[in-house]
Design a protein around this ligand. Structure first.
Ligand code: PEP
Ligand code: MN
Length: 330
């Protein structure tokens, strides 16, 4: 399974030795080599990236292994520093992508660098960290106005794929290459291979994968990085079939995701129900409260009407859920 476009490398450039070790291991695959040097971390007391000094390490990857290199820029100053250092691709991360003012400022900075003759070859834009296809599409338009090729990177939200968001971009902007980032999508190295197979089934244009020679020692995203050997193994694995059923595969991914959400909601409802059961027991109230159930049911029947669902079906499902709620309270 060789992706049409492969971006691979560590979450973060940690040291010259670490960058060189991964680049050397990956060089035969000819990927675009990725490494974050300014890391948008949730907590201030964690590793924030090596900063500007890591640009030299990436230049070494360009010179010694003849690989194009990519890094994340979150501010116009970072764009300038990266462009000055001759970085080939910049990506805009999911957190920055949530803020259109920040994305526009980055687009403006890149445009100025391109006018000054920098060697940037393209811009990658992740989906925003919250599920918002329209904002992702708007960001793509902002970057397209710069004049460099733009590539969309689907990394999901909170370790959920959000297939619908990526499908929306695929349909609305069929000419924009769409890559999958299975590392951030799953947050789990054990799930990366499976997601890569899905990317092939759904005809993504490529992959952005986090690879570290010693994931257990990584200073960021340790749990989701795979080793170079694991990347070789998954690239050597069979591609799976690509047929005209692609549309159906996308739709089935969305159904699976909707089912996951549905059943998680049912489980969450039952957990609340158990707490209500404890309360009723303490207050010596009867478990069955027909008036309350009737209220809930009427509300859902009106809702069914407004959302084009059959009231009979909604009533049947609601009664079953209620039956289970009563059972867990007994
Ligand atoms: C990354 O690619 O290292 C990164 C921080 O990604 P995201 O913005 O998708 O979290
Ligand atoms: Mn990462």
């Amino acid at each position: 399974m060789f992706p049409k476009m492969l971006i691979a490398g560590p979450c973060a450039a940690e040291s010259e030795e670490q960058v060189t070790e991964v680049a050397q291991a990956l060089a035969p695959l000819r990927p675009i080599f990725r490494a974050g040097i300014w890391k948008p971390r949730t907590q201030p007391d964690t590793f924030q990236g090596a900063g500007e000094r890591a640009l030299v390490w990436l230049q070494k990857v360009q010179c010694e292994y003849h690989l194009p290199v990519a890094t994340e820029a979150g501010t116009p100053q970072q764009v300038l520093a990266a462009a000055k250092a001759g970085i080939d691709y910049l990506w805009i991360g999911a957190r920055t992508a949530a803020n259109p003012i920040a994305v526009q400022a980055l687009a403006d900075a890149v445009k100025a660098c391109v006018q000054d003759g920098c060697r940037l070859q393209g811009l990658l834009i992740k989906n925003p960290v919250h599920d918002d296809a329209a904002l992702w599409a708007g960001n793509i338009l902002r970057l397209q106005a710069v004049g460099l090729p733009v590539i969309a990177v689907h990394r999901g939200c909170n370790h959920r794929p959000c297939w619908q968001t990526a499908y929306g971009i695929r349909c609305r902007m069929p000419d924009i290459p769409l890559l999958m980032d299975p590392s951030h999508m799953s947050g789990n190295a054990d799930k990366v291979a499976e997601l890569c197979r899905t990317a092939v089934e759904l005809d993504y244009d490529g992959l952005m994968v986090e690879v570290h020679s010693h994931p257990d020692r990584a200073l960021s995203d340790a749990r989701q990085q795979i080793t170079p050997q694991q990347l070789y193994a998954l690239i050597d694995s069979p591609a799976g079939t690509l047929t005209d059923e692609r549309e159906l595969r996308w739709l089935r991914k969305m159904i699976d995701e909707a089912d996951d959400e549905l059943w998680q909601a049912v489980a969450a409802r039952m957990a609340v129900s158990r707490r209500i059961g404890d309360y009723k027991r303490k207050q010596q109230m009867p478990v069955l409260q027909p008036d309350r159930f009737n209220q809930i049911l009427q509300k859902r029947l009106q809702w069914a009407e407004a959302h084009g669902l059959s009231p009979d079906a909604v009533q049947t499902i609601m009664e079953q859920i209620h039956k289970e709620s009563v059972r867990v309270q007994l």
